[in-house]
Design a protein around this ligand. Structure first.
Ligand code: C5P
Length: 234
């Protein structure tokens, strides 16, 4: 298996405790080297655990979905850059993206913009007061992210296919909502198989429950890495 395919799988450590995270990382040893830490774990000691992972040579994606006034965003991004994380998410609002991009300058940290959460569909956006539907808003925010100099975008597989020609080859497309064939969709409304997401132009796949809830998490991760490898040769 090429390290290239393996490096494209990011496992979402959506677990309630550091003990559970340690156990999962232990079970995935050798199969996974990139982990996403989000709210659930961050508020249970996840930042210290991120440092442990980094010291062990793993890569860390901090999914903090920042959105605040520019000064606060900039100071937060500076702290995350010092930690040594690889990816950090911010919501795709122009002020927030501008502050984050300026504050990560000179560090290896890459800023990813979240355009529209993958649990939202057009009806959810309308309820939240937006005039545009998902595809229009994703496109608009993708263009703004590119123009501001954001490093990548978090988007569904479907959006990856439509965004790639819009934002060009230089932006990273990071895709959650990945479901191997036959797996329950859960609350995700815009899902794709790993093969389809890579074929659609995704650079990285973010996978949580299909691996965390599997009877054999390492086997599930290896199967996804194999799918990534195969689809990149297609
Ligand atoms: O369990 P599942 O594979 O659905 O996990 C997907 C992960 O990606 C979760 O941690 C979720 O918060 C995250 N995510 C997402 N949609 C986004 C951004 C992040 O599902 N737009």
């Amino acid at each position: 298996m090429s390290p290239d395919a393996r490096a494209r799988l990011i496992v979402a450590l959506d677990v309630p405790s550091i003990a559970a995270a340690e156990a999962m990382v232990g079970r995935l040893a050798g199969a996974v080297s990139f982990y996403k830490i989000g709210y659930q774990l961050v508020f249970a000691g996840g930042l210290e655990f991120a440092e442990t992972l980094l010291r062990a040579g793993k890569q860390v994606f901090l999914d903090l979905k920042l959105h605040d006034i520019g000064n606060t965003v900039a100071k937060s991004v500076e702290s995350v850059a010092r930690l040594g994380a690889t990816f950090l998410t911010v919501h795709a609002y122009p002020q927030t993206m501008q502050a984050a991009v300026a504050a990560r300058a000179g560090s290896p940290l890459k800023i990813l913009a979240v355009t529209v959460l993958t649990s939202y569909d057009d009806a959810d956006l309308a309820t939240a007061g937006y005039a545009s539907g998902v595809s229009e808003l994703v496109r608009k925010r993708g263009l703004q992210a590119r123009d501001i100099g954001v490093d990548g975008i978090v988007c569904s597989g479907e959006e990856a296919a439509s965004l790639r020609p819009v934002v060009g080859l230089d932006m990273l497309l990071v895709t959650p909502g990945v479901r191997p064939a036959g797996f329950a969709r859960g609350d995700q409304k815009r899902i794709m198989t790993p093969t389809a997401a890579i074929a659609a132009g995704a650079d990285y796949l973010v996978v949580g429950r299909p691996i965390l809830d599997a009877a054999d998490p390492k086997g599930a991760a290896e199967a996804i890495v194999a799918e990534i490898e195969k689809s990149r040769k297609m």
